[in-house]
Design a protein around this ligand. Structure first.
Ligand code: GAL
Length: 470
């Protein structure tokens, strides 16, 4: 059902699990700053301690082994390795921590996949302009080279940036993620642009200086919902659906996999809106210059984070505001017949994943795909016997199998979000995505497997192949 060497993984990210926010010379990140501000996170919670994986790594490793994972996706905290964000100061304690994690994983026959950036920019770099400043690309590239140099003998799967769409929109348009800016219709495009430049620089560095010896692969993780027209017979809804996919997945995937530049439709829509509102200033969607790294071809595989699907309704062209939504001109809705799993945005639509995979195959030149995140959440009273999550998960895996067998999509791995319950950004600890429950009221932060975890372990043991690829 799944090809040999298929990666069965689980994902986490540094800020969401590590804690140790000031331990052993780590510098602060924008999420430390943001979560310490009042009113930003559910009940003013923060990731100061989180799952305390900085001190309890061996507990995480036990969970990983209990599941029988072939792969584990973690992220490095940039500010733990480089406290001021630059290679001028290297925090050896941070290097030791990640060396230990990587070595322990390999000793247990688990391959690490490492994300270099999962939302937690060093605060020192934010103070210099952060992702809005063009110079960030060179700083990210230096950080990436440092990581390839230090860990690349053992890490063979790299993700440069996790979900640039989410960083740009939630962090700079809606202000609900760090750094909490609401510069509508402008900053998100600039941030996305610098993220693409940063990603591409890092990919080129790997390609020219490390690939030959380290033989790994580098990509960026793109999130996308599957979208369908609310009324398939309405041409406006059909067009809005296409435009919406272009504005979300296409924004980043088009430059990397198709043309090296943003989709024409996106540029035209943004220019149209700017003109209509009499906006004066440089084009809101920046252009790549001849001094920028080539963007096309800078991904060795397609890394997809999928959670949900939505119906799209043409939004009408009458919104008189400068914001990304009005550039897009589409409204997204959840079909009332879809079950919701935990958080309000998570309508469970397993077939959406298969459709999205097929869309990726057809639109982005049939790439090798890793599903780097997919998950179902819980809120309210704890349910260790989470039968419904198990059901959703089984149907989703079946859709992945169909995408491989019937649609010929080259899916090479599937990673559950998340290994364990953790700090779910603005929802704090109120939303649980784990294969393991973490008891945040217990000083020991004990980890207990959910039925979902048991189910996943069973699936892995049925499918796990003896020969592992990278
Ligand atoms: C993703 C993100 C993860 C996790 C997940 C569940 O967008 O990469 O960090 O929070 O959503 O909401």
């Amino acid at each position: 059902m799944f090809p040999p060497g298929f990666a069965w993984g689980a994902s986490t990210s540094a800020y969401q699990i590590e804690g140790g926010w000031q331990a052993d010379g780590k510098g602060p990140s924008i999420w430390d700053t943001f979560s310490h501000e009042k009113g930003k996170v559910f009940e003013d919670q923060n990731g100061d301690v989180a799952c305390n994986s900085y001190e309890l790594w061996e507990k995480d490793l036990e969970c990983i082994q209990q599941l029988g994972l072939t792969h584990y996706r973690l992220s490095f905290s940039w500010a733990r390795l480089l406290p001021d964000g630059t290679t001028r100061t290297i925090n050896q304690k941070g290097v030791q921590y990640y060396n230990r994690v990587i070595d322990d994983l390999l000793a247990c026959n688990v391959s690490p996949m490492v994300t270099l950036y999962h939302y937690d920019l060093p605060q020192a770099l934010e103070d210099l302009g952060g992702w809005k400043s063009p110079g960030i690309a060179t700083l990210f590239d230096s950080y990436a080279k440092f990581c390839f140099q230090t860990f690349g003998d053992r890490v063979k799967l790299w993700i440069t940036i996790n979900e640039p769409l989410v960083c740009a929109t939630l962090g700079y348009e809606d202000g609900i993620h760090a750094p909490g800016l609401e510069e509508r219709g402008i900053a998100a495009y600039l941030v996305g642009h610098n993220m693409l430049r940063a990603h591409a620089m890092a990919w080129h560095s790997y390609d020219s200086d490390y690939r030959a010896t380290q033989k790994g692969a580098v990509s960026l993780a793109l999130n996308s919902d599957w979208l369908e027209p609310l009324n398939p017979d309405c041409i406006e809804d059909v067009a809005a659906t296409e435009r919406d996919l272009i504005f979300t997945l296409g924004w980043f995937a088009w430059p990397v996999f198709v043309t090296g530049d943003y989709p024409e439709m996106m540029r035209a829509a943004i220019e149209h809106r700017s003109k209509k509102l009499g906006y004066i200033g440089p084009p809101r969607l920046p252009s790549f210059s001849k001094d920028d790294p080539t963007i096309l071809g800078t991904a060795d595989f397609f890394a997809l984070n999928y959670y949900t699907s939505q119906k799209v309704k043409a939004g009408g062209d009458d919104e008189q505001t400068l914001c990304m939504k009005s550039d897009q001109d589409a409204e997204e809705l959840i079909d009332p017949s879809w079950p919701i799993c935990g958080v309000s945005w998570l309508a469970v639509v397993p077939y959406g994943l298969r459709k999205l995979l097929k869309y990726i195959k057809d639109t982005f030149n049939d790439p090798t795909v890793y599903i780097t995140e997919n998950g179902f959440s819980q809120m309210g009273p704890l349910q260790l016997e989470d039968v419904q999550r198990c059901e959703f998960f089984n149907s989703t895996i079946l859709e992945v199998a169909k995408a491989i067998q019937e649609d010929g999509v080259k899916v090479r791995g599937y990673f559950v979000w998340s290994l364990m319950d953790n700090f779910e950004w603005s929802f704090g600890f109120s939303v649980r995505f784990g294969l393991f429950n973490v008891d945040f009221s217990d000083a020991k932060l004990s980890r207990t497997i959910y039925q979902l975890g048991q189910e996943y372990a069973k699936i892995i043991s049925e499918h796990r192949n003896s020969g592992q690829t990278q």
